[in-house]
Design a protein around this ligand. Sequence first.
Ligand SMILES: [Zn+2]
Length: 159
Amino acid sequence: MRCPETDNQELLVAYGAGRLGSRETAKLEAHLAECEACRVACAAQATVWKALDGWEAEPLASDFDARLLARIASEEQPGWRRRWREWLRAVAARPAVPAFAALFMVVAGFWLLPRGAPPEPRADAALVREIEIIEATLDDLEMVKELSGGDRGEGARSL
Ligand SMILES: [Zn+2]
């Protein structure tokens, strides 16, 4: 018999699980009597089988199935942010994209530049507005003078 430890470990597993027929078991036990490596492997398997026999699984929570299904559903339908990030990652992974993005920025920059004559400086616009306010105030003063009677003099002048 060729050594199952190096050649056929499934045979050692089947022996440990008690699935070998009587002829195969006899042949393997004859080999075990003269092979240290196979005896060590069988002893290790026996330890594992004993531990498995003594192990008891924790009872599942009553809502385990419902929570598991909800979790699976949430994993299968990612939020729009995750989908957007995945799309961006996929697009950014293409080598031409950074070059196109840079070209787009340059073109958009030129397109957004002001065309034609530059607008009047803001200080001039503020000055014009101030002049309009002063003119309106002078008109109002003139109207007050007229309404209060020009000959009363001092009251109107003190405004
Ligand atoms: Zn062996």
